[in-house]
Design a binder for this molecule. Structure first.
Ligand code: PMV
Length: 352
């Protein structure tokens, strides 16, 4: 048979949290213990490109291909949850309008490609699930807003809910048990702070030691510090960093960012057995940023580390030479143990 093929293509950006999501209060729905806040990076260097299509010509099972490799979609509860949520929304459109083609009944084919190393602590799952949800939502012509779609992307990977928007994005924990109010929202658009830049230092592009879900569970169940961070530390930091963003107060933004990265990694160290994501090269980057800030006499750079050794350094364009120049000159020297590459000028993304 020669049935039509319906198709939609989209890209999604990476986001890097400045207040980290770490810990789930519900594993199935991916509900977080604490709110988080991230900066969406420019798609010029890092992005996921995804095409979703559906057709009666396709074999009956949905398929997902990532970077040229077929994925075990049936064993990925997260992917299945995203797809069944999206199908249900399409089905309700079709139920209300008999003239619409019944795309919800057709097998899906999803093809996705990252232009950067997967699972290396470069937030590939965030861009990946955001692109998957956006592509299928476009294919299905869903009317839902990015905020509403964030509820679905969250079930793929928590941090993915923040990659559906540009600029500065908060993911609020929400209070309801069904997760319907655990959503991302834009705190400020990228254009609000056009001077913001990010430099990514790839210490290692290898797959990370402890996947985030496993690491989070170990921390939730064994760290005493974890509860303190979630209850007493993060709520105040969320309010303070939102105020710093509104005021474009870089020193404030930077101090909160660095402190929250350190507190997150402290809860990892406080887990039992302890989890180490940062290595000697990561710590060299921490020292260097503090040295630069001290030498300049004001805070011009901020580091943050996710579940891996790679550093992301935020700075403002006017301090490009001071920050990016010094970091590259010192850590780029062969003795530092740095493998590179450097990805630059990544913040200031326009809305996806
Ligand atoms: O979205 P996940 O499950 O890959 O977890 C992301 C966790 C951190 O990157 C360490 C923090 C964050 O908020 O992105």
């Amino acid at each position: 048979s020669n049935q039509p093929v319906y198709r939609a293509t989209t890209t999604a950006p990476v986001n890097i949290a400045v207040i980290k999501y770490w810990g789930k209060r519900d594993i199935t729905l991916n509900l977080p213990t604490n709110s988080s806040l991230s900066v969406t990076l420019s798609q010029r260097s890092l992005r996921t490109l995804t095409t979703a299509s559906c057709s009666a010509n396709y074999p009956a099972e949905d398929t997902l291909n990532l970077n040229g490799k077929p994925q075990e979609i049936q064993s990925s509860k997260r992917t299945l949850a995203c797809l069944s949520n999206l199908r249900a929304l399409r089905k309700s459109l079709e139920d209300g309008d008999a003239s619409l083609p019944k795309l919800s009944t057709l097998p899906l084919r999803i093809v996705s490609e990252n232009n950067f190393p997967t699972a290396a602590g470069l937030a590939s799952s965030a861009a990946g699930f955001a692109a998957l949800v956006r592509a299928v939502a476009d294919l299905y012509s869903l009317p839902q807003s990015a905020r509403e779609l964030s509820r679905i992307a969250r079930q793929g990977s928590g941090s993915a809910c923040r990659s559906l928007m540009g600029g500065y994005v908060a993911w609020r924990t929400g209070e309801l048990a069904d997760g319907s109010d655990s959503l991302a929202e834009e705190v400020a658009p990228a254009a609000h702070w056009p001077e913001m830049r990010a430099l990514i230092l790839v210490v290692s592009a290898e797959k990370k030691d402890v996947p985030s879900t496993e690491g989070m569970q170990t921390t939730v169940h064994t760290s005493d510090l974890f509860d303190h961070r979630a209850k007493n530390v993060v709520p105040e930091r969320m309010a303070a960093i939102e105020a710093a963003i509104q005021a474009r107060d870089f020193p404030k933004f930077a101090e909160i960012t660095m402190r929250d990265s350190n507190t997150f990694h402290a809860t990892c160290l406080d887990s039992w057995p302890p989890i180490f994501y940062m290595n000697d090269v990561s710590r060299a980057a921490v020292r260097l940023v503090h040295d630069i800030n001290r030498a300049v006499g004001r805070t011009v750079a901020a580091y943050t580390f996710d579940a891996g050794p790679n550093a992301v350094i935020y700075y403002e364009e006017k301090d490009e030479a001071l920050v990016a120049g010094t970091v590259k000159a010192i850590l780029g020297a062969s003795a530092s143990g740095w493998e590179g590459p450097f990805y630059e000028k990544l913040a200031n993304a326009t809305a996806p």
